[in-house]
Design a protein around this ligand. Structure first.
Ligand SMILES: NC(=O)c1ccc[n+]([C@@H]2O[C@H](COP(=O)([O-])OP(=O)(O)OC[C@H]3O[C@@H](n4cnc5c(N)ncnc54)[C@H](OP(=O)(O)O)[C@@H]3O)[C@@H](O)[C@H]2O)c1
Length: 269
């Protein structure tokens, strides 16, 4: 089958971590735009709710195919990718979104928590990219969105491993972009700021918002989902959604000591 990547009507989008929050909102936004979506996560009941929500969108909208998968397991993600390709014929866009947060000192945190964080946020992105690229290469192109954070590279005591995991994926996105440009595959480094999702409640180590957390502006997950559709349409390389998020990134690169001291106060457990 000959496929024109990025053709709006026939676009197929594979999204990891679609059972809640940003991934869920991304699936709805892409389906609204007319794309067919393959959604993955571990909680299949939540994916069933998403299937119903997509089916209830005003017509016309894209179709949805849900498959349970754990991003920490390369074979599981490969299996989900194969099933998705069997179902819709191809994949144009990967949204590598599944991720978890963690709070706690580098040395004193529970190793199981740190391992879950690293296996999900780092291995999960690598497994997803390595499963998607061969499919995209065969069809002559595609687009990968890697969901990072404004805290990538941030001096972030007591949430250091999370911040470092996002630095890893942002760095990966920027190198991968050049490795894949000959394959007509665009890579977006999506540096997301604070978003209203289940993320903080599920954070490993110390869930909920950090004590002494300043009242920072929170955006709805829908805004991030819509920005992903735009990122694909415009082939954007880096996305930072709000002026406030830009400020955080600038402040950290210019005044890492001050930002670090602030994080120390906020996140110390
Ligand atoms: N919310 C924020 O303020 C914020 C800011 C910057 C960046 N981000 C990033 O945005 C992404 C999405 O987070 P969110 O805010 O939407 O949080 P969320 O509502 O907790 O969603 C996380 C998603 O990741 C999935 N997931 C976690 N571990 C997984 C695994 N091992 N295998 C497969 N799926 C897994 C979860 O699904 P299951 O549990 O069903 O598997 C869920 O669908 C993350 O990468 C996060 O780091 C969030």
């Amino acid at each position: 089958m000959t496929v024109v990547p990025h053709a709006n009507n026939h676009r197929v989008v594979f999204i990891t971590g679609a059972s809640s929050g940003i991934g869920y909102a991304a699936a709805l936004a892409f389906a609204k735009s007319g794309a067919n979506v393959i959604v993955t996560a571990r909680r299949i009941d939540r994916l069933a709710t998403l299937e119903t929500a997509v089916q209830r969108l005003p017509s016309p909208h894209g179709a949805i195919f849900a498959v349970a998968a754990d991003v920490r397991d390369a074979a599981d993600i490969q299996r989900a990718m194969t099933k998705g390709v069997e179902h819709f014929g191809h994949i144009d866009v990967l949204v590598a979104n599944a991720g978890v947060g963690q709070r706690g000192a580098v040395v004193d945190s529970d190793w199981d928590d740190l391992e879950t964080l690293l296996r999900t946020n780092i291995d999960g992105v690598l497994h997803s990219v390595r499963a998607a690229v061969p499919v995209m290469r065969k069809q002559g192109g595609g687009h990968i969105i890697i969901v990072s954070s404004v805290v990538a590279n941030m001096t972030a005591p007591y949430t250091a491993c999370y911040s470092a995991s996002k630095a890893f994926v942002s760095s990966l996105a920027n190198s991968l972009r050049l490795e894949l440009e000959g394959d007509q595959i665009t890579v977006t480094d999506m540096r997301v700021g604070r978003t209203a999702t289940e993320f903080n409640e599920k954070r490993l180590g110390a869930s909920g918002y950090a004590a002494r957390a300043p009242k920072l502006p929170v955006m709805p997950a829908e805004k991030v989902g819509e920005a992903m559709v735009k990122a694909v349409n415009k082939r954007q390389k880096t996305v930072v959604l709000r002026f406030f998020d830009r400020l955080i990134i600038w402040a950290n690169s210019l005044l890492p000591g001050i930002i670090g001291r602030r994080a120390l106060k906020q996140y110390r457990v």
